[in-house]
Design a binder for this molecule. Structure first.
Ligand code: FE2
Length: 263
């Protein structure tokens, strides 16, 4: 059995205020919770938007805080990240592509694939030919081994304003590819700051709350002009995989109020 931790969108800032929340306090709380309750996990994936602004000082402060985590870390790129600084400051598995923060990790329960869906200068995402070829090559050579994919941008609409304009461009091309391989068992998706589960082309998927701030439910309707984070507590995900069966527990690690600005 494999046990892994899934965090998403910490939007870390050394200055300590992003949309009324302190990312230092929130991430610290999540790390304490993991160390106290889940130090038996094999690794912890953070599915992108490691920092709110891709500056050296943010990555350095983030890296320093992450040192307290007792579980090996698999960090991923999102639209808020800076690839160059990310690679310079955070450690990545040896299997990582040269140009992209895209890699795979082999486990006794299957292959963990972490994609880089960042499109430079855009909040929407992309998987260019090089990244898609890398994935196709991996799936071709995987044979019977189950594959679990983590990615920042959703490849399909999920019914939220923030995603449906800022999702993965040409997500259909990605879905055409992965739905063609039975070895692909699950998609774990960041970016939307809200928990949603379903299937797409027959492949199960889940999204995750942010460590920092949450997207409101689709109703009452909202858009970027009216956007205000909902007053919901953050979650981490506890993933267990056994014989290709996936169990995802959404676990609250602090109250909504923790790390919010005094009103
Ligand atoms: Fe994002």
């Amino acid at each position: 059995m494999l046990k892994a931790i899934w965090m998403s969108d910490p939007h870390f800032s050394h200055e300590g205020d992003v949309l009324g929340h302190d990312p230092r306090v929130r991430l610290d709380s999540a790390l304490d919770h993991i160390n106290s309750n889940h130090s038996d996990a094999s690794f912890c994936v953070i599915s992108g938007d490691m920092v709110n602004h891709g500056t050296q000082v943010n990555y350095e402060a983030l890296s320093q805080l992450l040192e307290k985590l007792d579980v090996p870390l698999l960090p991923m790129a999102g639209n808020h990240d800076d690839r160059k600084l990310f690679r310079k400051i955070l450690s990545l598995p040896d299997s990582c592509m040269d140009e992209f923060i895209q890699f795979s990790v082999s486990t006794s329960s299957g292959l963990i694939v972490c994609l880089d869906t960042q499109k430079s200068g855009s909040d929407a995402g992309e998987l260019c030919g090089k990244r898609l070829d890398w994935l196709q090559n991996l799936l071709e050579n995987t044979a019977e081994v189950p594959v679990y994919i983590f990615m920042h941008h959703p490849p399909m609409a999920v019914g939220l304003p923030m995603q449906d304009t800022d999702g993965l461009i040409d997500g259909d091309v990605f879905l055409d590819l992965v739905s063609n391989y039975e070895c692909v068992k699950y998609l774990f998706i960041g970016h939307v700051h809200r928990p949603i589960s379903g299937t797409v082309r027959g492949v199960p998927f889940s999204t995750m709350r942010s460590i920092l701030y949450q997207a409101p439910a689709p109703r009452p309707e909202w858009n970027w002009d009216t956007f205000k984070p909902s007053e919901e507590a953050p979650n981490i995900g506890i993933i267990t995989i056994s014989d290709s069966d996936v169990n995802l527990q959404y676990e609250q690690f602090c109250l909504f109020e923790e790390g919010t600005r005094p009103k």
